[in-house]
Write a protein that binds this ligand. Sequence first.
Ligand SMILES: [Zn+2]
Length: 87
Amino acid sequence: MSEQSFRERECIHRTRGAAGEYFQGDTYIKHLQRLRTNAAMRIASNVTAFFWADAAHVIIWLCRDCATELGVGEREASVGPHVFSQG
Ligand SMILES: [Zn+2]
């Protein structure tokens, strides 16, 4: 029990083989809230939906284009899902 409590989401471009990184849900939302509504909605429509209340337990894979548009930098990228396996 209690193996992986995080949930993984991704942008729609992943299936096309785009390069990208994992980001924490918190980071994703923090940046999303900084954007204007139009931009935020455009990005959000590319990412599998989740409850914002669960952001601390969600990791999101974003392709470079989505990450750039969102305004997240590589230094904010997570190294991968395993870092969320505890805590
Ligand atoms: Zn994307």
